[in-house]
Design a protein. Structure first.
Length: 258
């Protein structure tokens, strides 16, 4: 029996809740989206029909402004409704479009919650028209390393045990290979390290919750953590310029349909 890394119901519930708090995190999502959308300037191809997969309001408006017809898909129906395009709620393991529906697909910080990522990429490639473009951003290994280490240290100090509290992320070196295996042409994956600085480290946890990025690992602990654990962990985050540091290691993936 296949092991599920992520609890799909928890992922959906977190994004349902986050649909109400998007304004808090919108500037960060839009800044990250701009790094992805810049890749459209590198091609002379013209796109008319686009799929915004999980963009949380940071992708569809920019595509609509370019005159495209945009479908906004998300694991969460409320989040899809807030995204800006024609809303569609989807199951990440079984996507509904069939073949050759879009000439552009953009997946912005959403693929890392899918259990069968190779299978999802194959389905997305099939949904592209010939010579269609796939763009994706995905957090990779190295993301939130400071928070991961601080939580492990604090939980062990408080309870003598540790639980998975930060998602596992793919490795950068695997990203281009995943695109190639899915049948994309000219697969490319590069990376940018982005430091987020917080005057109040508690705001990091609030931002993760507001973005729908809280723990949805299947093996996560269901018990209430020791009340001293999170304050201890946040106090252990590295400091730069009097601010707590959290790293986002963001991979940009590009591939074309034949």
């Amino acid at each position: 029996m296949e092991t599920k890394i992520f609890d799909a119901r928890a992922v959906r519930a977190h994004r349902d809740r986050a649909a109400k708090t998007l304004p808090r995190i919108a500037p960060v999502l839009e800044d990250l989206a701009a790094r992805l959308l810049d890749r459209l300037e590198d091609t002379k191809a013209k796109f008319t029909t686009a799929l915004d997969f999980g963009g949380r309001g940071a992708i569809a408006p920019a595509l609509l402004a370019r005159g495209m017809t945009v479908v906004s898909a998300d694991f969460s129906a409320p989040m899809a409704a807030r995204a800006g395009g024609i809303p569609v709620a989807v199951d990440g393991e079984a996507l509904p479009w069939g073949e050759q529906k879009f000439d552009l697909i953009i997946a912005h910080c959403s693929l890392h919650w899918i259990n069968d990522l190779p299978g999802a990429l194959i389905q997305l490639r099939r949904a592209l028209k010939p010579e269609g473009l796939f763009l994706a951003s995905i957090p990779v290994l190295g993301t939130l390393t400071e928070l991961r280490a601080a939580l492990l240290e604090a939980e062990e100090a408080c309870t003598g045990a540790v639980n998975p509290r930060i998602s596992p992320f793919p490795e950068l070196r695997d990203c281009a290979g995943l695109l190639q295996r899915a049948g994309f042409l000219l697969p490319v994956a590069d990376v940018e390290d982005i430091e987020l600085l917080y005057a109040n480290p508690l705001a990091l946890l609030h931002d993760l919750r507001a973005a729908g990025e809280t723990n949805a690992v299947t093996t996560r602990s269901k018990t209430t953590p020791n009340r001293t654990m999170f304050p201890m962990a946040l106090g252990n985050l590295p400091i730069r310029d009097s601010r707590a540091v959290a790293t986002l290691r963001l991979a940009i993936m590009t591939g074309w349909a034949s």
